[in-house]
Design a protein around this ligand. Structure first.
Ligand SMILES: [Cu+2]
Length: 271
């Protein structure tokens, strides 16, 4: 079973998602056992015996049997579809007034975290280097959230397609340049959770890590105040130029002709 050892749910959605996952597997294992059982049984029961001659009785156009072969899979697919659709709709539900709104901007290869209501941001994310040294994990960009409050993630990208993934949330969402995606969730368990980019986005994709820190509302407020005191007011939006040069991604792709030369495409294939 996914989830932390103490059994406390990480968000208000994890139970539902894990239930969908394990339920589907349980049904499929039962179906598998029936199919394997029948296959093995028929191979043994109808095997060719010593004095058998010619062909066994040939069975054709057995309408009830063929109806069953059609209807059972159709019913199964429809049932899985129903539960998948139901779970997706619940997980994707947007309340009009979430308690916290966080705008996450992905960039090759890190994250900028903006607290929208408070109009402060985390220090600009710097790509991590998985050095294996103790303490490397503590230097990752952080996203703080208060426990028990609903949060809306607004997800943007400054360059290529990334994907926002907090592993223990059991959910991830693509981040695209020029299009904001979003989802809402309520973290229900304090702790530090691994966040990753889940969409291969270039050479250092695997170093695109962050920590999601779920704390008490008081600690969250204190953290926001600390950011404010350190001067991290405002937002690090998508309009920020990621290379501090005189072009935006849009201009560059429009003016520069084909995006990929043979040089970069050979690089691509080595990943
Ligand atoms: Cu990425």
């Amino acid at each position: 079973m996914p989830g932390p050892a103490d059994g406390q749910e990480v968000t208000d959605q994890t139970e539902r998602i894990a239930g969908m996952w394990t339920g589907a597997w349980a049904i499929l294992v039962i179906v598998g056992l029936i199919i394997w059982g029948l296959t093995i049984w028929s191979a043994i029961a109808y095997r060719r015996r010593k004095h058998d001659k010619g062909f066994p009785v040939q069975l054709r156009y057995h309408v009830p049997l063929e109806l069953m072969f059609t209807l059972v899979p159709v019913v199964m697919v429809l049932t899985f579809f129903y539960f998948t659709q139901q779970t997706t709709a619940e997980v994707e539900m947007h309340e009009p007034d979430p308690d916290i709104t966080v705008n996450v901007v992905a960039k090759q290869w890190s994250w900028d975290i903006n607290y929208v209501n408070e109009n402060v941001h985390e220090p600009a994310g710097v790509q991590s280097f998985a050095t294996g040294e103790p303490g490397a994990a503590e230097s990752l960009p952080e996203l703080w959230l208060p426990v028990g409050q609903s949060v809306e993630f607004r997800l943007d990208s400054r360059d290529v397609v990334h994907s926002f993934w907090v592993v223990d949330f059991l959910y991830k969402k693509d981040m695209m340049p020029g299009h904001t995606t979003s989802f809402q969730v309520t973290p229900t368990r304090e702790g530090v959770y691994d966040g990753k980019c889940a969409e291969l986005c270039g050479e250092y994709h695997s170093d695109m890590l962050f920590n999601l820190v779920v704390v008490s509302p008081e600690e969250y407020e204190a953290h926001i105040q600390e950011l404010r005191d350190q001067g991290y007011e405002g937002q690090l939006g998508v309009d920020l130029n990621r290379n501090e040069e005189e072009w935006s991604m849009r201009e560059r792709s429009d003016d520069a002709g084909p995006r990929y030369t043979t040089e970069t495409s050979t690089e691509e294939t080595t990943k």
